[in-house]
Design a protein around this ligand. Structure first.
Ligand SMILES: [Zn+2]
Ligand SMILES: [Zn+2]
Length: 127
C-alpha cells in the first residue's frame, strides 16, 4: 500500500494505550475484496495515521476481535446496516502500521496504541 494518508501522520507520537473515547472522525466501511468481511478505513484520532482494519465474518481462526465473535455463528449473513451498527459499538484500535516510539514488541497492533469508538461510519460505494 503506497497510498498517502489524508492527514499528516505524526510518526513521533509515542505509543500509549490511550482510550480516545468516541471520535468525530468519519470512517468508511466497505466489503473486503473476497467478500468475507468488512474493511473499516479512517484516520487515527491520535497519531493521524491512516488505519485500516478488516473484520472477518465467521471464519474460524481469524477472530481476534470482539466483533468477530458477535458476527460468528448465529449471524452468518448480516446486512450492511447491521454491520455498521455493530461497528459503531466496537472499540477500534490504531493500526496505522507505523511502529511508534515505545511500541511494545508484543503489541496487538502496529500503531500508536490508541483505541476509540466510531460515531460516523459511512458506506464506501464501489464505482
Ligand atoms: Zn494511531
Ligand atoms: Zn500512527
Amino acid at each position: 500500500m503506497t497510498e498517502r494518508p489524508r492527514a499528516s501522520h505524526d510518526f513521533s507520537t509515542v505509543y500509549a494505550e490511550e482510550d480516545m473515547g468516541e471520535t468525530a472522525t468519519v470512517f468508511t466501511r466497505r466489503a473486503s475484496l473476497d467478500g468475507h468481511g468488512v474493511v473499516v478505513d479512517g484516520t487515527c484520532p491520535r497519531c493521524q495515521g491512516r488505519t485500516t482494519t478488516e473484520y472477518r465474518h465467521g471464519l474460524p481462526g481469524t477472530g481476534t476481535k470482539g466483533l468477530l465473535t458477535w458476527l460468528r455463528g448465529e449471524h452468518p449473513v448480516t446486512t450492511p446496516d447491521d454491520d455498521s451498527d455493530a461497528l459503531t459499538r466496537e472499540v477500534h484500535y490504531c493500526e496505522c502500521g507505523h511502529p511508534h516510539p515505545n511500541l511494545p514488541p508484543d503489541a496487538a497492533f502496529t500503531g500508536c496504541g490508541a483505541s476509540w469508538r466510531i460515531r460516523t461510519l459511512t458506506a464506501e460505494r464501489a464505482t
